[in-house]
Design a protein around this ligand. Structure first.
Ligand code: NDP
Length: 328
């Protein structure tokens, strides 16, 4: 058995944290041979709740759980971190302006990026879940000049999984038959869930669906607005499915994508597909050897071009707003 991997989770006492920690400790994040040490970060007023969760983790007697530390200080929490899951964020409150939201999150993700820069392990891999996830990841990366920028990622795997589920339900196909669905742009209502390259059992998905209006007027808005639909139905925002997607994202990052398929993740743009270099945008990506690679040379039709550009424009605006607020 190998040395424990340090996994730092912020917002550990929140809803997503509660759905996430038990799965990490049971081995679903890194695999059944890899012991983990959990480092939980919370704001001071939520430390007691995090201690309660830690008691429950103890009570599961997970063989792979090598220990749990709880912190209210980012520098301590990220010290030696190999994997960092940045879940805690300032939620948008009623009447809050976008600038206020960005300011509040800049105040969280800037210092966390600096703490990662100061003390995380040299192989650190960061996934930002807390919203606005893409821009929060960008802010953190700006504060971590010594960490390769490609170690900072934002979660769009939940959007990707939602797209898979919608397509499977519509076509009556099994999930194993569906490949090459993609999410582009921002993890927000402007995201572009793209079926133009998708296949179902090696047939083009658009041919199987055979209904352009469904794709445009039902599939895309259903995926993009699924979060709001869950709040409406459940009376609380999605948490278990978000935690599941975080597990999927890191698992794929570490273990790779299957041959012939890809997934979606918010990664630092290298300028591909006209997405300005440096922005954290969702792309179709493959993973191997612990590194993401943007899928190259895809044809982008006019409709897709328009949708990608609109979502990327929102990311550019968020970046400009963060800059003008002096957050980076
Ligand atoms: P959740 O655990 O439900 O959500 C945490 C974050 O994940 C939110 O920003 C939320 O964004 C985001 N998120 C991303 N994708 C999804 C999705 N698909 N569904 C739902 N949420 C998604 O929030 P809680 O309020 O329950 O818990 C947050 C915890 O974070 C609290 O315990 C708080 O104390 C802590 N916190 C910790 C900080 C730190 O460690 N320094 C800093 C700030 C907060 P959205 O709001 O848009 O749904």
């Amino acid at each position: 058995v190998s040395q424990p991997v340090n996994v730092t989770v912020t917002g550990a006492a929140g809803q997503i944290g509660y759905a996430l920690l038990f799965r990490i400790a049971s081995g679903q994040l890194l695999g059944a041979d890899t012991p983990v040490r959990l480092r939980l970060l919370e704001v001071p007023q939520a430390v007691k709740a995090a201690e309660g969760t830690a008691m429950e983790l103890d009570d599961c007697a997970f063989p792979l759980l090598a220990g749990i530390d709880i912190h209210d200080d980012a520098t301590a929490a990220f010290d030696g971190a190999n994997v960092a899951l940045l879940v805690g964020a300032r939620p948008r409150a009623a009447g809050m302006e976008r600038g206020d939201l960005l300011s509040a999150n800049g105040g969280i993700f800037g210092p966390q990026g600096a703490a990662i820069n100061a003390g995380a392990a040299s192989d650190v891999r960061v996934l930002v879940v807390g919203n606005p996830a893409n821009t929060n990841a960008w802010i953190a990366a700006q504060h971590a000049p010594d960490v390769p920028a490609d170690r900072f990622t934002a979660m769009t795997r939940l959007d990707h999984n939602r797209a898979l589920a919608q397509l499977a339900a519509r076509t009556g196909s099994t999930l194993e038959d569906i490949r090459r669905v993609a999410i582009w742009g921002n993890h927000s209502a402007t995201q572009y869930p793209d079926l133009t390259h998708a296949t179902i059992g090696f047939r083009p998905a658009l041919e199987v669906v055979d209904d352009e209006a469904w794709v445009r007027d039902t599939f895309i808005p259903t995926v993009a607005k699924r979060g709001a639909a869950i709040i409406e139905a459940r009376g609380a925002s999605s948490a278990a499915s978000a935690a599941n997607a975080a597990i999927d994202h890191v698992h794929t990052w570490v273990h790779g994508t299957p041959e012939g398929d890809w997934t979606s993740a918010g990664v630092v743009s290298d300028g591909s597909y006209g997405v300005p270099e440096g922005l954290v945008s969702s792309f179709p990506v493959t993973s191997s050897g612990g590194e993401w690679r943007i899928v190259p040379d895809l044809d982008v039709d006019d409709f897709s071009r328009e949708r990608i550009d609109a979502s990327v424009a929102e990311l550019v605006e968020e970046r400009e707003a963060v800059r003008s607020l002096g957050l980076v």
